[in-house]
Design a protein around this ligand. Sequence first.
Ligand code: SF4
Length: 348
Amino acid sequence: MPEESKKPVIEIDNLKVHFHVREGIVKAVDGVSLSLMPGEVLGVVGESGSGKSITVRALMQLLPKSGKIADGRILFNGDAGKVTDIAKLDRQSREMRALRGGRIGMIFQEPMTALSPVHTIGHQVMTPILLHSQGGKREAGKRAREVLDMVRLPRIDEMMRSYPHQLSGGMRQRAMIAIALACRPQVLIADEPTTALDVTTEAQILDLLKELKAELGMSIIFITHNFGVVADIADRVSVMYLGNVVETGRTEDIFYDPQHPYTKALLNSIPRLGAAKQHRLNTIPGMIPDPFNLPGGCVFHPRCGLASHEDCRRIYPPITRIDDQRTARCHVVAEAIKARNLETGSAV
Ligand code: SF4
């Protein structure tokens, strides 16, 4: 687990990403704050439309044309102690290109669309190496072989000459991980990397990522809608709903003692082995609101069973610190923590 004294390698502070479309403005990310500590895996979990993928695309300056960073900071603390605010960089700038694919690697959900169908795996692993390092083709080829071996792909020479369509889904995902790791990044962003895989291959890719994290000491942001995957790989978890982080904490705390009503509802909707009497799955009541017509106050209030608190419909809940690792955005949680602190005389 990370040491408290270390500085985060990534620090996202009050990030807002807006999409300007014909019908108006969609606030896809609306004040997200989260941090990634050196050597940790941060799981970011939420339903589709929660803004989790848009947050990491903003971090990579890979937003679609209609999306703009409207506010906030994305600080990257480099190995050499240099702090860069990615939110201020132009997506095409030399500094951003050096970070993207160099210091920060990314893997995507569907390797078949992320990989080029007309270039060999060898060519695709060598490309970022040639782009980000001073060496020539010979050294790039050597590094490409090393990294293909590191992701446990077999028959390296044959692999270098293969095209994506000649590989299985699991092998393609390994090849994409090899491309992301080719330049020894400090941070790896994994955006739903196992969603398209069968459960056996998913387990193998998760094991590989855990081994690589330990071997290379890198930090990982792991985006998923699947709490089971988070439990397997993450040290800490941030739960997102409608463009914001509603709860953050250590993985075991989030699982065994969730505080935010949305986190509780999400966990309740997971089928559990051994729950013989559970004939129907619990679902979260109501629908995700229209992005052009978001509810006032807490955006979860139309679906929340605890929304009787008078502030829920009026005031957007601020972040409440529960302990040194946990925060939640909820008026009811804030009130409970206030009462606890009064009782114990502490001020967390
Ligand atoms: Fe529910 Fe109110 Fe908490 Fe929002 S602030 S999650 S509506 S209790």
